[in-house]
Write a protein that binds this ligand. Structure first.
Ligand SMILES: *Cc1c(COP(=O)(O)O)cnc(C)c1O
Length: 393
């Protein structure tokens, strides 16, 4: 019996040819492929600047730094995310706090954010940055979030790791409403470069800071120099801040350019499979993914994940049982996410169970079932049949 994973990459002959071409060129890194990928990504996402980095985690780290995360500053995010969304703020020694989710969208609740901001204003500890996470590819409700950002003066850093190709207000995620948006190209995500990420921003000065931070804090641009005089030759560069080696290689970027050309096809395949799941699972004791983030009925998920919630009802098996049965049947299900505040590292910072009840309730029933562009209808039928059986107590 073949195993059906919850997610997997799709690599074709064009992708392989693109990487092979770089291998026979003069540049494995810091060559022409990275700017080509950045420009193609920026054009596709209708954003002025795209800064390629070695992972979304690296991108979140330097974006937090560039947006002002520091000791004594607070950064808020969703508990229903991968730990990297919160860890990025901890790398900058900022304080992390969470905002509970909307049970329908599983995204950070903008209403809960509004309440928490009111309290924080009274006690004088407003956040410097809020990191919404477009869970499973469904956009957060960005219009009311932006209104809160403007009123309370925090920056919006989108963790758009799931959201390559998603639309909000008719436009690609990353083009509006956020100060910066971070995308991931890990193999389970929408497009892949093996490891890799991009920080997108309309703010060109911010993009310059990010370019420095991804490469040791160094600039080679004459117009950015602080001490260059006329005698400085072409060797001259300046390290102006403490940065990192967070560069993407040309091998990875060439794969990214090729994958980006396939994005429309990936998107259509994911949408079709998600529609099919919606129809085939409608009569089961499950809560299915929401289609709309709130105020915007034109939003479109990128369908990174198809996460169902097993409803606790008489005659229905519990989540752990359903999960174990599916794994035993060769269906590679997963759970996204264990609420971040329940991780031992965050408990040691003072967080405890019960603090973010909507995220905890969602987690108690959550199972991500297989969704990727090359999943066949026959495989999907098998997933549904196994799930139907597994749900019987
Ligand atoms: C995958 C993921 C990340 C980290 O991405 P990497 O590219 O693996 O560093 C961060 N946040 C979320 C929500 C993710 O799903």
């Amino acid at each position: 019996m073949d195993l059906i994973p919850y997610a997997t990459q799709s690599i074709n002959d064009d992708d392989r040819a693109a990487v092979r071409e770089v291998l026979t060129s003069d540049w494995l890194t810091q060559g022409p492929s990275v700017p080509r990928f950045e420009q193609a990504f920026a054009a596709r996402h209708q954003v002025a600047n795209a800064v390629a980095v070695s992972s979304a985690t690296a991108g979140l780290h330097i974006a937090c730094l560039a947006l002002g995360a520091a000791p004594g500053k607070a950064v808020w995010t969703s508990p229903n995310s991968f730990v990297a969304s919160a860890n990025a703020a901890r790398y900058c020694s900022a304080e992390v706090d969470f905002v509970d989710i909307d049970p329908a969208t599983r995204n950070l609740s903008v209403a809960a954010l509004g309440d928490k901001l009111k309290q924080a204003e009274r006690s004088g500890n407003l956040p410097a940055i809020v990191i919404p996470v477009h869970f499973a590819g469904l956009p957060c409700d960005l219009v009311p979030l932006r209104a809160l950002a403007d009123r309370y003066g925090f920056k919006v850093l989108e963790d758009a790791s799931h959201a390559v190709g998603a639309l909000y207000d008719g436009q690609p995620i990353g083009s509006r409403y956020a100060d910066a948006s971070v995308f991931s190209f890990h193999p389970v995500k929408i497009i892949t470069t093996g490891e890799g990420g991009i920080v997108a921003t309309q703010d060109t000065a911010l993009a310059q800071s990010l370019q420095q931070l991804r490469s040791h804090g160094i600039t080679r641009e004459r117009d950015q120099m602080q001490h260059a005089d006329a005698s400085a030759g072409a060797w001259y560069y300046e390290q102006q801040t403490l940065g990192f080696n967070y560069r993407l290689t040309d091998l990875q970027a060439a794969l990214g350019v090729s994958q980006l050309q396939r994005l429309d096809g990936f998107q259509a395949a994911r949408e079709r499979l998600a529609d099919r799941y919606d129809r085939m699972l409608a009569d089961l004791p499950l809560r299915l993914p929401a289609r709309e983030p709130g105020s915007d009925s034109t939003a479109r998920s990128s369908w990174h994940l198809y996460a169902v919630e097993v409803l606790a009802r008489p005659g229905v098996a519990d989540r752990a049982t359903v999960f174990a049965r599916l794994r035993a049947a060769g269906i590679g299900v997963n759970v996204h996410y264990i609420p971040i505040h329940l991780q031992p590292y965050y408990r040691a910072l003072g967080f405890r169970p019960g603090q973010f009840p909507a995220a905890e309730a969602y987690y108690a029933g959550a199972i991500s079932i297989p969704l990727y562009p090359t999943l066949t209808d026959a495989q999907q039928d098998r997933v549904v049949a196994e799930l139907r059986q597994a749900l019987v107590a």
